[in-house]
Design a protein around this ligand. Structure first.
Ligand code: XIL
Length: 373
């Protein structure tokens, strides 16, 4: 009698142990893309090395976690058309092949942007030459990938913080209708590709109003625009949740898909917000601008996790209007925020650490979904 009770207890203990191990396993490797499969696509931005599959650890994580990819740089015009009329599609084609092989979607970033233009464009001073570049670039690139990629950021960052048009080379030489014209050309060249307007801080009321009037102009011209990308370069402890929520609702009411396209949460000090890549801060010697070189204190790690959790709870609340959340990079070591707006900093803005391990923020993001189930 005694021995059979003992064996039953032993079996029960063993079963509990096995199930605990199993749960542990499931818990340590959930995937973002599967967790949010019924909610929105989960994306990341890939560097040239990652597109070439040079880093096997990154590669495994990318395949495990994400189902949509953006090129962090190589689909910008300076890379696609380095010399006038001479296109180089090598890496962009690789990205498309990579996504196909792995059953992922691709978002093209970006057709028209005032930054990272080829050098010769900055030297253009007349309207006709710029119009030639503009038309040829959009048509050639958008038609090449039509039917192969999900969407294009047709125009990136056309607005100032107060909602007026940014005085870019396109605005100055082509006039304010250039945005509508870019969408018109993209629509002709890529009838099977979604077309988006993408910008940072367009959750902020003034800039949002500017974006809404830009979008309405495109729509009133009878030109197709399918979605709007809020870049989402935000700051820990200062995530503008209310403005983000209002924006999702307002953009969706224009009939648009809403996307968060370049998500990261900055932990280091900054004296401005936004993501204008031409703005720079000078590094001070005393490391006040680079406080976490040897690691992140627990309290800051927790803050980051809580901020991400709040964001994902909000995204889930509006999942019917949000189609995609893309992180701007795979892990902390790769993030552009280590080099911008001040060089040589150690930043921690993503869900995976420098060893590609999930951070507490990752589990909070997964948990945001689990608590809803
Ligand atoms: C950044 C890249 O991450 C950097 O590698 C590059 O040096 C500069 O551009 N908004 C955008 C992105 O739309 O294209 C920018 O990407 C970040 C801000």
């Amino acid at each position: 009698m005694k021995t059979s009770t003992q064996s039953i207890i032993l079996v029960l203990v063993l079963l509990a142990f096995v199930s605990c191990q199993h749960q542990k396993q499931v818990k340590t490797s959930p995937s973002l893309k599967n967790t949010f499969i019924n909610d929105f696509l989960i994306g990341t931005a890939l560097s040239a090395n990652q597109i070439e599959e040079k880093d096997s650890v990154a590669d495994a994580l990318i395949r495990e976690q994400f189902n949509v990819l953006t090129a962090e740089n190589i689909m910008k015009s300076m890379f696609l058309q380095p010399a006038w009329g001479k296109f180089d599609f090598t890496l962009a084609d690789k990205l498309v092949e990579y996504s196909k092989k792995n059953n992922m979607a691709v978002v093209g970033h970006t057709l028209i942007w005032h930054s990272q233009l080829p050098r010769y464009v900055y030297r253009i001073t007349d309207k006709d030459s710029l119009k030639d570049f503009f038309t040829n670039h959009i048509t050639t690139v958008a038609s090449r990938y039509d039917g192969k990629i999900l969407g294009w950021d047709v125009v990136n960052e056309a607005l100032n913080e107060d909602g007026t048009m940014r005085g870019s080379i396109f605005y100055k030489l082509l006039g304010e209708d250039y945005v509508t014209e870019a969408f018109r050309l993209a629509q002709q060249a890529a009838p099977n590709t979604e077309l988006y307007y993408n910008d940072y801080n367009i959750e902020q009321p003034k800039k949002r109003a500017g974006a809404i009037s830009l979008i309405k102009k495109i729509q009133e011209a009878g030109v197709r625009i399918d979605g709007v990308g809020i870049q989402g370069h935000w700051h820990a402890r200062r995530i503008p949740l209310q403005e983000i929520e209002e924006s999702i609702v307002e953009y969706a009411s224009l009939g648009l898909k809403v996307m968060i396209t370049e998500l990261d949460v900055e932990l280091l000090p900054r004296n401005f917000t936004g993501a204008d890549i031409s703005e720079r801060m000078k590094m001070k010697d005393d490391l006040t601008l680079n406080p976490y070189v040897s690691g992140l204190p627990d309290s800051v790690q927790q803050q980051l996790a809580n901020d991400y959790e709040a964001l994902f709870k909000l995204f889930l609340k509006h999942k019917d209007n949000i189609t995609r959340i893309t992180f701007w990079g795979v892990n902390d070591g790769q993030s552009w925020l280590n080099g911008w707006p001040a060089p040589g900093r150690t930043n921690y803005p993503l869900l995976f650490d420098r060893e590609f391990k999930p951070k507490p923020a990752f589990y909070k993001v997964i948990g945001a979904k689990e608590t809803l189930n």
